[in-house]
Design a protein around this ligand. Structure first.
Ligand SMILES: Cc1cc2nc3c(=O)[nH]c(=O)nc-3n(C[C@H](O)[C@H](O)[C@H](O)COP(=O)(O)OP(=O)(O)OC[C@H]3O[C@@H](n4cnc5c(N)ncnc54)[C@H](O)[C@@H]3O)c2cc1C
Length: 310
């Protein structure tokens, strides 16, 4: 396997004088979406993100697309890809084969996740009879398979299945102790939730607490879609933000997308500013495979030159 830089090295060796950033893509479902993804990837390429991560779906065809797209990013761009991998509906043998497929394409950075039940993310989780129960086991499995750099998920508001925040922190620390080098958070909107998560991890295990917790930012461009994303992930929109977005959306039959977008970008910019001030190691953006909203936030934060946000 060709060794590529680890995410932690990429963040630590950043010499731009600005906080590093990264972006998340999803595997495109149609040719038009695929064209858009490559245009978006080329735009971000000019901004030198620390890495790009590619999500992993529940069905066979979407999984094949994740492997293909992640491989193409590794082979045909200067971007450093991080492949997501989930345990959903996979036996351990299949998980090993997926990791092998990533390795064959020169991908050594993997974001290891348990995933959610297909169809109903908030429904009951059932492990594959020959699979793994928790992401922690998958971290060990991937690490045992070779020289992989593993990241995991963390949850500033606590994972919706965790009984409380202390248990949630324990399980995160267990994944880090199992060999994960960093975590990327679920999207959140209250910076204090992120800061408290960071404090809890440091208090529980200072060694693991030194590993980067990379905050994920969602530049909101549609009230309808953010409500749906929040519902599916079991997180929450703070009341003041909801009120601000609802006011921007207006009373018309369809939401005022331009006003919602403006409020969303302003909010994401404020989040980025505060996270940078609080010493966040880098910023990870959900892009939905579009460049513009994220580029505007990056420009506002002084991370991207203005011309690319146009
Ligand atoms: C940055 C990021 C990227 C994501 N990308 C994807 C993606 O590409 N595809 C996708 O399908 N989903 C993705 N997800 C969603 C993720 O798969 C779900 O949130 C899932 O429900 C939790 O995954 P996990 O890896 O945190 O699971 P785990 O760490 O296994 O945790 C699952 C639940 O079990 C609890 N738990 C953990 N260990 C134990 C234990 N030993 N005993 C008892 N309880 C325990 C945890 O607290 C949690 O409640 C992503 C999430 C994030 C934050």
């Amino acid at each position: 396997m060709t060794q590529t830089p680890s995410i932690v090295d990429r963040i630590r060796d950043n010499t731009t004088g600005r906080v590093p950033f990264s972006v998340e893509f999803y595997p495109p479902r149609t040719e038009a979406e695929e064209d858009r993804l490559w245009r978006t990837a080329r735009e971000f390429e000019q901004l030198h993100p620390a890495f790009v991560s590619i999500t992993y779906g529940a069905g066979g065809s979407t999984r094949d697309r994740t492997v293909r797209v992640t491989g193409k990013i590794a082979e045909q761009t200067t971007l450093l890809p991080v492949a997501h991998l989930t345990a959903v509906s996979h036996s351990v043998d299949e998980l090993r084969a997926m990791v092998g497929a990533y390795a064959d394409r020169g991908i050594s950075n993997v974001l290891v996740l348990r995933g959610d039940p297909p169809g109903d993310p908030l429904g009951e989780w059932t492990k594959h009879p020959d699979g793994v129960e928790y992401a922690e086991e998958l971290v060990r499995l991937v690490r045992d398979l070779g020289d992989f750099h593993v990241g995991v998920a963390s949850f500033p508001e606590g994972h919706h299945r965790s009984p409380d925040l202390d248990h949630d922190t324990e399980y995160l620390v267990a994944k880090l102790r199992a060999g994960a080098e960093y975590s990327i958070t679920q999207m959140f909107f209250d910076i204090d939730d992120y800061l408290r998560l960071r404090d809890r991890v440091v208090a529980l295990d200072p060694e693991q607490g030194a590993k980067p917790i990379i905050p994920e930012i969602m530049p909101i461009t549609s009230l309808r879609s953010v409500r749906r994303m929040v519902e599916l992930s079991g997180s929450k929109l703070p009341r003041t933000l909801e009120e601000r977005l609802t006011a921007a959306a207006g009373d018309g039959p369809t939401e005022d997308r331009a006003a919602v977008r403006e409020a969303g970008i302003e909010f994401a910019t404020t989040m980025g500013e505060r996270l940078i001030a609080e010493g966040a190691p880098s910023l990870h953006f959900i892009t939905l495979n579009f460049a513009r909203a994220t580029c505007e936030v990056l420009e506002n934060l002084g991370i991207a030159p203005a011309r690319l946000a146009q």
